[in-house]
Design a protein around this ligand. Structure first.
Ligand SMILES: Nc1ncnc2c1ncn2[C@@H]1O[C@H](COP(=O)(O)OP(=O)(O)O)[C@@H](O)[C@H]1O
Ligand SMILES: [Mg+2]
Length: 240
């Protein structure tokens, strides 16, 4: 399949620390890719370079778009901001939701940043929250939700713009194993289940096993790659 993202020769150093030591990586449209590796191995740096949050010292990240391919790594700051708003969705470990806003406001905000009027944004946000099992909780503030519910709000926010690629960094890292399995199901349904692409950093073998492919990063390099065993869409996954 044609890659939606194709990274070549990614290098990133922080002073004496080499976070990425030359990474080549291809991500197919519609796949779910898990990035595993020890703490400090470069996973978050890789995700941030792929997503245009930081620029690498060397290398390219070609993104396929309906209007042609572009190199995320060499776009201007303004252009990378636009890509992050329109082409990419993000789910982080702690959600990074705005605690003083309600669930629906947090999700709608992502759309309003792409110039969708508030009423339309909130309507779409409500629909996604319902799809993610949060019907009835839309008007609660984030602090009034459980960790798993808050992560579902974060997933809704990452979906609502229709971004073709979703990046998740340890999205289940703060959850117990049962909630983690449920949130992973929601994340897969909302991404690959809709023909979107998911790139997820995780420490959790159970989470990784539910993706279609796993790579291991070690010392800023890709040290291994596996096609995941039989794909499971059941909430508990196939590899407990
Ligand atoms: N902003 C930064 N400044 C300095 N060093 C950093 C920064 N971000 C990451 N690093 C270093 O780069 C290496 C890779 O970090 P990171 O990508 O966060 O790893 P992981 O997500 O696998 O734990 C680590 O040694 C980390 O300390
Ligand atoms: Mg990390």
């Amino acid at each position: 399949m044609t890659p939606i993202l194709q990274a070549t020769g990614l290098v990133k150093t922080y002073g004496p620390t080499t976070a990425l030591a030359g990474i080549d990586l291809s991500v197919s449209a519609g796949e779910s890719l898990a990035i595993m590796g020890a703490s400090g191995s470069g996973k978050t740096t890789l995700l941030h370079v792929l997503a245009g949050i930081i620029t690498p010292d060397a290398g390219h990240v070609m993104l396929r778009t309906p209007t042609g391919a572009l190199d995320v790594a060499t776009q201007s700051d303004a252009e990378r901001s636009r890509l992050r708003r329109e082409s990419f969705g993000f789910v982080f470990q702690e959600g990074l939701l705005l605690p003083e806003l309600t669930a629906v406001e947090n999700v709608a905000l992502a759309l309003m940043l792409t110039d969708t009027p508030r009423a339309a944004a909130e309507e779409r946000a409500r629909r996604w929250l319902g799809t993610l099992g949060l019907a009835g909780l839309e008007d609660r503030r984030i602090g009034q939700l459980s960790g798993g519910q808050a992560q579902r709000v974060a997933i809704a926010r990452a979906q609502v713009t229709g971004a073709p690629v979703v990046f998740a960094d340890e999205p289940t890292g703060a959850l117990d194993s049962r909630t983690s399995a449920d949130v992973m199901s929601a994340l897969l349904d909302a991404t690959t289940g809709q023909g979107r692409t998911l790139v997820v950093v995780t420490h959790d073998n159970t989470v990784a096993a539910r993706c279609s492919r796993i790579i291991r990063v070690q010392d800023g390099r890709v040290s291994g790659e596996w096609a995941a065993p039989a794909r499971s869409t059941s909430p508990v996954g196939g590899a407990r």
